[in-house]
Design a protein around this ligand. Sequence first.
Ligand code: SF4
Length: 485
Amino acid sequence: MCGVVGLIGEPKAGQKLYPALFALQHRGQDAAGILSYDFEKSQFHLEKDLGLVEDVFTDERQQRLKGSMALGHTRYSTIGTVDKEDLQPLFLSYPYGIGMIHNGNVTNYDEVVDYLRHRKLRWTFSRNDLEILLHMTAVGLAARKETGSLSENLAASIKELLTHVQGAYSAIGMLADQGMFAFCDANGIRPLLIGRKKNGANYSYCFASEKQVFFGLGYEYWRDMRAGELVLVDKDLQLHSFVLSEKKPKPCMFEWIYFAGSETEWHGRPVYEVRLKLGQILAEECLAQGLDVDVVAPVPDTSRAAACRLAEVLEKPYREVLIKNRYVQRSFIVNQPELRKMMVNLKLSPVESEIRGKKILLVDDSIVRGTTSARIIRLLREAGAEKVYLASTCPPIRHPCFYGIDFPDGESLVAFKKSEADVAKVLEVDGLVYLPLSRLKEGLGLNDFCSACLDGDYPVPVSSENFLKTRHQNIGGDGKSEVPL
Ligand code: SF4
């Protein structure tokens, strides 16, 4: 998963993306990059590196990002490596000069690489999915450059791309002297939103993974990108839209449950409101199971809203029994195992005075590999909890995700081929309450969404064996970007 943002028609766009990227830091902490374009000098400026946004963009680097059109990216590596050649934005010089960023995974990568090599004589340099999206766009535009309008040529090129490239991706690109474009995969699995701000008779536009970016930039949230949609904003700030797929949208349910910031919304469903509703449903399930609870506590940060509502419905005190250390972010870069373990332990510390002798109902957004849950449960017991119950706002995750959330190996999932009672035994918890899969539609307030990791119904077919063998690199991914699962 990654965070993407694109801005056109805004003075100092590249420099303004630096603060905007802070609003997307939670979507990726491995690396960050900005590519800007100066229409007056016909010049690109690119700055990208490993690290957090504030580490990458020194004052000097910010000053170099000139121009009124820019792309920004925060990277979380689920495919490829955390090496420099995989960092985004990527750039190709022909045709026009194209820069691009994306969020998501391609599921038929080898097939597309083969097509590019043998049919189009194009070679890729990295293992980054974005590179093939970039080449496919370039191939389409190069073949049509001499005829037709840019918008028609781009629409035909992206339509071809959507046919050839399977998976879940949202991408934003820019063309030298031409403008900015954005597109989503045929099923609209990954989020991309459009914001705008009045600019004379026209609008300046912003594309972003999440809505809070618009707030930070002084833009209004206008609408979501549709499944299979291409939007081009040309250099005169005229917007052209093409819907290139007739498939039903299948937005990733995990965005609401875990990944997205609480302040965003998608498909008209505010994330915070959804999380409150999930807490309500969980409370009803807890009541049905007759759990004897003293306090309700969230696993910070995502599950706070659900835990608040759950406590209200159960009429039990809400307490913070685990404190997250916001300064311990990237423990994977610590090389000594002993120090790394200490860093992981320090991410969450128990508040013993609120734990000792209590029957605690812990609320988490999801249980993926179960390693974090088991560790937290042990932590609460060692701090003197009388009983520990666990409630998850996500139904049991029993199938891998190949679409950009990092759990592509089914066997690593704690609920893989297990009943809920078996999972409770593995986690050594006194009671386990999952949100029932049958109530997820009610919780999200949506009828159609991707829930493949819960029910195995994949909107884009993929060979699990092949994907694991050829795509999943050893990058230290854990499915959640902040806390190992
Ligand atoms: S499989 Fe699960 S995590 Fe992956 S896109 Fe679908 S709903 Fe999201």
